[in-house]
Design a protein around this ligand. Structure first.
Ligand SMILES: Cc1cc2nc3c(=O)[nH]c(=O)nc-3n(C[C@H](O)[C@H](O)[C@H](O)COP(=O)(O)OP(=O)(O)OC[C@H]3O[C@@H](n4cnc5c(N)ncnc54)[C@H](O)[C@@H]3O)c2cc1C
Length: 413
């Protein structure tokens, strides 16, 4: 009998795992299960669709034929309800049971709702799927006023959509700046100014007390932390993700705000692996368990998990320096590694739209943020991979034309 591989989730992690397994095991049974109604698309690009900058077609990555041609069984609109690890079975809502020899969990997360009055009113959007993007685009195209909540990497996408779709929007943030865990006030001010130029007004040190609705139940206004009322036919909320782990209850798979895996993407239950946003993984460079929500990282975790599922004697570890870029403004923005972690940092402003911050842990570079000039990213990522002590050479690291050859580094063996 041929081996059976079941993958839950057809995001980039699940899909790249399926492709990797098929290449390694031409005769195995490979099944990909997703509750979405369409095959893999580029989640990174759905914001460009919602901005009105890109049509639907280029956003799709795989047509259903892609799976058929590779003899991969794609189960669309299929929601996994629970798993029986002893029987090696995956149970679904109304599509029966799938048996596995090896199972990959790659179900990512679902946007968190704001726990305030009327947060489920019509016109209030969360942003994760292509279907969400279609609803957001349709609504933003005709809305005149809006509010965005959530001062992070997804919230700014919603703010940029308002800007591009001529929605007169307020962007409500809890702290004194956008992405306060990654940027200082000086760095964030570059972003605040760019938002204002797009017609989006940051409201700092605030929050949301609730939403006002009309007789039909549609949102018409947002109440901030001081009960100031902002007209908002359109509301976009991005305050974080709840990881989709409900179906793992009772399986013994360890979860800790995500599925805990080692550097091989293996859970603590035999034959069950996890990859992508859903994982809390052991990062071999950082030397600790951490999480990461980015496309490149999810893709690579899918590949590594698949390799280890097909051949766990040759275990390959996940060793990756991630990056995440924002392309909404006249200047580029890039976060790399883990800029929100660490015990030390340094930063410098070079011009009104150029700024850099680097984060260190135990003397080693672990991440950073580049605004305006992202060209040095390769050199910094290289240093992260080398795991060398550089925190005492911040002046050289922050030089505008950073030259790694100027650093005093231990000789390579
Ligand atoms: C609007 C937006 C913009 C982004 N921009 C960037 C960017 O610029 N750069 C970047 O690096 N990253 C970006 N990201 C993040 C990036 O898209 C994610 O990190 C990546 O897609 C995660 O992939 P994944 O496969 O782990 O999970 P997902 O893509 O979330 O896939 C998980 C799949 O599992 C399905 N699923 C969940 N539960 C079940 C169940 N019980 N049964 C069956 N199926 C289930 C889900 O519906 C989903 O299809 C962005 C994300 C969004 C939403």
């Amino acid at each position: 009998m041929s081996e059976s591989y079941v993958i839950i989730g057809d995001g980039i992690a699940g899909s790249s795992a399926a492709e990797t397994i098929r290449e390694a095991k031409p005769d195995a049974d490979v099944t990909v299960i997703t509750d979405e109604g369409e095959a893999l698309y580029n989640r990174i690009l759905i914001k460009e669709f919602a901005k009105g900058k890109l049509p639907e077609a280029p956003i799709s990555i795989h047509e259903e034929d892609w799976y058929a041609e590779r003899d991969i069984d794609l189960e669309l609109n299929t929601f996994v309800t629970d798993i029986d690890p002893d029987a090696h079975e995956v149970h679904t809502h109304d599509s029966g049971t799938f048996e596995y020899d090896k199972l990959l969990v790659a179900t990512g997360g679902t946007p968190t709702q704001l726990p305030v009055d009327n947060s489920d009113a019509d016109g209030i959007h969360h942003f994760w799927t292509f279907q969400d993007a279609r609803r957001i685009a349709e609504h933003a195209e005709q809305a005149e006023t809006g509010v965005v909540v959530g001062a992070g990497l997804l919230g700014i996408d919603l703010a940029a959509i308002c800007g591009e779709q001529d929605v007169d929007a307020h962007y409500i943030m809890r702290g004194n700046r956008w992405w306060r865990y990654g940027l200082s006030l000086e760095g964030a001010e570059i972003i605040h100014n760019a938002l204002e130029e797009k017609g989006v007004t940051p409201i700092l040190e605030s929050g949301v007390n609730g939403f006002v609705t009309d007789d039909e139940g549609s949102v018409v206004a947002t109440l901030d932390a001081d009960d100031n009322e902002y007209d908002s036919e359109f509301v976009g909320i991005a305050i974080g993700l709840n990881f989709n782990t409900e179906y793992l209850q009772g399986t013994g798979v360890k979860t800790d705000n995500g599925v805990v895996v080692d550097q091989y993407m293996q859970t603590d239950v035999d034959d069950i692996y996890a990859a992508g946003d859903i994982t809390r993984f052991y990062d071999v460079i950082l030397g600790e368990y951490t999480q990461n929500g980015s496309w490149g990282s999810a893709k690579q975790q899918g590949v590594i998990a698949a390799k280890n599922m097909v051949d766990d004697d040759q275990a390959e570890e996940f060793r990756w320096v991630t990056s995440y870029s924002i392309t909404h403004f006249d200047f580029p923005f890039l976060s790399f590694g883990f800029p929100t972690l660490g015990d030390d940092d340094c930063e410098r402003k070079y011009s009104d739209t150029e700024w850099r911050r680097l984060a260190f842990k135990d003397g080693k570079l672990i991440g950073g943020v580049l605004i305006g000039d992202i060209a040095p990213q390769g050199k910094y990522k290289d240093l992260i991979r080398k795991e060398v002590d550089v925190a005492d050479q911040k002046d050289i690291l922050l030089e505008k034309e950073f030259d790694p050859d100027k650093l005093a580094l231990p000789q390579e063996q």
